[in-house]
Structure formats: structure tokens, C-alpha cells
Write a protein that binds this ligand. Sequence first.
Ligand code: CTP
Length: 402
Amino acid sequence: MLSGKHILLGITGGIAAYKTTFLVRLLIKAGADVKVVLTESAATFVSPLTLATLSKNPVHTSFVEEGEEGSVAWNNHVELGLWADLMLVAPATANTLSKMANGTCDNLLLATYLSAKCPVFFAPAMDLDMYKHPSSKASFKKLQSFGNIMIPAASGELASGLHGEGRMAEPEDIVNFLNHHLSKDLPLGQKKVLITAGPTYEAIDPVRFIGNHSSGLMGCELAKRAAQLGAEVILVLGPTHLSLTDSQVQVLRVTSAEEMYQAAHEHYADMDIAICAAAVADYRPKTIADQKIKKQEDEFTIELVKNKDILYSLGRQKKKQFLVGFALETENEVENAKGKLKKKNLDAIVLNSLNDSGAGFGKPTNKITYIDKNLRIKTFDVKTKAAVALDIFNEIIASIHA
Ligand code: CTP
């Protein structure tokens, strides 16, 4: 959500200013371009050099700055204000909030605030009695009436040693707040998406398991794409070397089909969309040996029992969710996929055929056929799994809005 965005961070003089170093790191990690403006008092709490190094941009505290060999530079607040896609004042002290609310313009940060045309967020930080004071509340209200967006303070231990409301929201929470706000108008804004992905490993003994070659790539691409489209995502991911770091995606690592079943069911009730892309083992050993099984006879048999079908069970419990399954077929592909769609009470099924070159486990590409619940069939060309994920969500979004 923040990738490529120009973020202007205004830091004012409160002890929480030290946390802005982490905040800048998180914004940069999220792909944002960050410029920082500090009040003089903020610069006594956090070093401009640290912020300039982390943001990879010059940091400004005053309208006029002296450069090398006596040169003097003018920091243009109008240019800075217009550069920003989003301005964030954090920490926002009672003093600065009051000045912002009343049009006072006695430093670079305030002049930039008055010049900015972009959405402005402010994250108050003050002691609990200051936070509760009618004057602070009046500032919050007035700023909100201008369309500025307040990131409420949290409760906890304050610099004064007192406990209560007034701590600046943690950097991670600020970033999540911004992400959430920016995603609201996207196609999957305010939607929750559950995705199962990867293989499952079914233990035989402490060192062996039954598994399959799924890498989980298709499911991870679906999770990333859902987040880009504005959703909050829970990815239930089987054992794979892949990892995913995205503040919009909560990754729940599982190993066995039973663990995947539990994790998916725990979150399903809250979801708007669920996609089962995992290659779940259909069977597991009836018993798991406590110790490593020793080699003895020439022939060896493992008794297997059926795993629960996660998708089938989600289909039975379906209420508001748009439920999508995958089918990997080698023969009578379309007929088998349609059978699974009906049997598992799905809204759509994505068919991969192992007969298609460019499709299947471990490959960077996939070739899919999308079948909706009216049995309308749409085939797609071989594409990267990231592009396939977009095709799938375009179909889902079209159905949801139909
Ligand atoms: N699936 C699941 N839980 C299982 C087995 C499968 O959630 N225990 C889901 C998969 O994630 C996929 C869909 O069911 O979305 C179809 O999986 P697939 O293996 O193609 O079909 P099965 O129903 O297992 O049937 P079969 O193996 O007989 O083809």
C-alpha cells in the first residue's frame, strides 16, 4: 500500500520522537519515499543525522539552513507540502496540535502542514492528563473537522511514570493504520481473505514424513495479490522454504493437514473470501512411531487413514464467504473439477491440468481454467503465478460485485 508513496514525516518534540527512527525504517521497508521535517525541540530528542541516514533524504528543521562555505539554502515548505502524497505528524505534541488547529505558522513543520494538500495523519503523544484535557480534545476535534486523520494514542506506561492513555501508537501500529486507511478504496479494501497454501507433511516417525512437491508459490502469490488489492490476509502455510513479509498478511505456519484444518477453521467465520490452494495430503499414517523405525523386513507397510477435507468442511460451514478451491487433475479435467465444485459447495474452482506444460508444482508459471458456480468456464494462457493470482482475483471481484 505504501510502496512508491511520498511520505512527509513531521516530528515534534516529545520523548516518543526516538521511536520515529523505527517508524522511518518500517516506511522505507514498505517501499515508501520518506522525507522528514523536525521541530527544533524534536531535534533534541532524535538526531537529524540518524533520520537522514535512515530516510536516505536530507532532513530539515528550519526555513533557512547554512551549507558549506557560508552558502545559505532556503527550505521551500510549499514544495515539500506538494511533494507529499501523505503527511504524518508523529509524535504530535499538544503544543503542535494546538498550533495546527489554529493556523499558527512559526516553524518549517507548521508552514509545511499548511501548504500540504495531501491527507494529513497525526499521532498524538502526551501525558494522560494532557491527553484528556478539553483543550487537547478541542484540537483533535478541530483537526478532524479539517479532514485530518487522528491515529489515537495507546494506553500504557508514560514517560512521567504514570499509566494511562497518551502513548504514541507504536510504529508498527502506525504503519498498519496507514495501510488500512489507504486500502479502503481498493477493490478488496475492508475484505478479509483466508488462503491455504503449500504441502502438508504427515509424520511417520520422528524423522520421516509423507509429503508432496508443492512449493506453496501459487498460494503465496495469491496472498500478496490480495494484500495489494487492499485485503487483510491470513495465509495458512504448510512446510515450505518460501516466506512472506507483508504487513497486510498474517502468516500461520503449519505442518500437518490436521494443523492446517484447525488454523483455517479458527479464522474462517470472520472471512469474506477463502481460497484453498494447499496440496493437502489425503492420508496420514494411522500411528506415528515414537522412535525412528528400524530397517528389518524386505517389505514394509504403513497403514494410512484419511485426513479431513478442509475445503469440504469449509463448504459445509459457508455463510457469507466466497469459497474457492483448486483442482489438480490428470484426466477428465473439467468434469472432475465441476464435480469437486458441486461436492464441496464452492463458488468457484481453479483447475490446473498436469497435462499442460507450464503448469503445476514447483514451476514459476501456471495455466488455469476458472469455473464459477454457474459452470461458466474461462481458460487462461500460461502466465507467471503472480499474473495468475491477479486473474483469479479479477474473476472473484467481478462475481462479488455482480
Ligand atoms: N483440499 C483440502 N483438504 C484436503 C484435500 C483437499 O482442503 N484434505 C482442497 C485443496 O486445497 C484443493 C481442493 O481441495 O483446493 C481439491 O484438492 P484435490 O487434491 O485436487 O482433490 P481431492 O478432493 O483431494 O480429490 P482427489 O485427490 O481424489 O482428486
